[in-house]
Structures are given as C-alpha cells and as structure tokens.
Design a protein around this ligand. Sequence first.
Ligand code: SF4
Ligand code: SF4
Length: 290
Amino acid sequence: MDGKVKEIPVVWLQCSTCTGCLISILNTVSPTIKNVLIDPVVPGKHVSLRFNATVMAGAGDLAMEAAEETARKEKGGYLLLVDGGIPTAANGVYGSIGERGHQPVSMVDRVIEFGKDALGVIAVGTCATFGGIPAAAPNPTGCVGVKDLFESRGVKTPVINVAGCPPHPDWFVGTVASVLLFGLPKPEQLDDFGRPLAFYGKLIHENCQRRAYFDEGKFAKKHGDPGCLYELGCKGPVTYADCPTRLWNTGVNWCVGSGGGCHGCVQPEFPDLLSPLYVKTIEIQPPSKG
Ligand code: SF4
Ligand code: SF4
C-alpha cells in the first residue's frame, strides 16, 4: 500500500446472524468488494479489515489476537462493524467469539470490549441495529441491537445504523465511504433511528411504481396481479428506504417490482410488529378521488 494512503482499521464482529448481511455486501458491484478491501475506497483512504470470521484466512487465537491488537494499538481510531443481534440472556451464554484463558468470551463482552474504544460503530443489518429476526418474540436469547446494548451498559461510542434484512450493498459502502471522507455523520444526517438519511430518508410508498394503482384504489388480490400490493400486506406505507429508486441486484428490480411487496425490513418494528408479512396489518386511506 502506498505510504501516502491512510489506513482505517476495521474489526467486524458477527453475532447472532444468518450471514446474509455479509453476503449482500460481498456482492457489491460498484465498487467491488476487492476495491473496498484492497484499494483506496476514497482518495487517500483505505479500509484495513483486520478481523471478520467469515472471510478472513486466519483462525483461532492468532485471528483473535489480530483483532485485540487493533483495539490496543489503534484506540479511538478504528471502526467496529457488527452484524447480527447480540444475545444478552443468561449472561450472554448463547453466543461467544473466541476465548480468553480457555473460556469463551460472550458476544456481549466482545461488542462492549471493541465498541468502547472504537472511533464509531456501524451496525450492519436489522439484527445488529434493532434486534431483528433473532430478537423476534419470544426472543429466548435476549437479542438486542448494538445501540440498545450500549445504552444499557453506558457505552457512549456513536453508532450508525445501516438497517436492512439484508442491507443494500450501496447503503453499507456509501456509509463507509462517507465516514472515510467526512468523518462520523452529524446528528442531522441521521434519522430518529440512527440511519443515514441519504439512504433511509424517503417513504417507500411515496416513490413506489405501483402508487398510481393505490391512488386509484386498484389493489392486487393475489400475487402476480397488477395493482397495488397493500391488500397483500405491503409495508411500503410505513417503511423508509430508497429501494424504489436505487433498486436491487445492480438496478435489476426490487421487492414491490417483483410482485412480493415490501416487508419493512429496515424498520425497528420488523419483524414482530409488521407480521404477518403477507397480510394487511396497517390501515391507511387511499386518497379520495375527484
Ligand atoms: S402499498 Fe406498497 S405496492 Fe402499494 S403503492 Fe404503497 S408501497 Fe407501492
Ligand atoms: S423494499 Fe422493503 S422489504 Fe424490500 S429491501 Fe426495501 S425495505 Fe426491505
């Protein structure tokens, strides 16, 4: 790496996760994940991924030591990334990352340990932001998101919530690039749930390609029908994300475009308060005609 390029160390902890968030992000196309991890993401700045259990070649104590050394030597200068909810029940016995003195170290302790000395935390995906699917009722493992964990333990490190089940790769790469370019976001650049307004600032329902059907009162009765998907459980009217304009899979399509409806996967209410996903659970009135 060119000596003029500044390295930003990153430790990425994976907690109660299906790994779907990481898979989504590994599929970033522009820039590619190779560009993100090897090249300068923005001029003069380069992400140095020191620990991620899924993609790193190392394993065991040596891998853990790489993460711990980063926290020791780069105090206040590294980013912590977390995906997956953090299981807090029974003193965190339901999830561990590595060992210390031949004893497992809980995910709770790891997120606190690496979080308290980080420059900032990016919570990746709805499980790490709001608890998500592992926190769904009855939530036997007591899963929470990073912000809630920090609040309960008095950790003051700023947290940026890149929600989504999974998050769009652009939301993640864009957030990382913004931090590298401009530093941590100002409060006015985040919404009430800590999500960057650049990606989560607009109501899906306001930008949906099927909105004209809603306004006309034309509703699909079954999947595959033309019409607004509101009666089939679409949560677009309460969901804030730029999916209708950004699209997924490199601009190919998105949930409503494919006929499936929006499940509200970026929302703190997901999944419990938005379920059942294919049943109308929210009441809004189509505008009256004329
Ligand atoms: S309810 Fe869903 S399908 Fe209908 S207009 Fe709103 S976002 Fe689009
Ligand atoms: S359209 Fe809705 S369910 Fe689909 S990715 Fe966007 S926020 Fe999530």
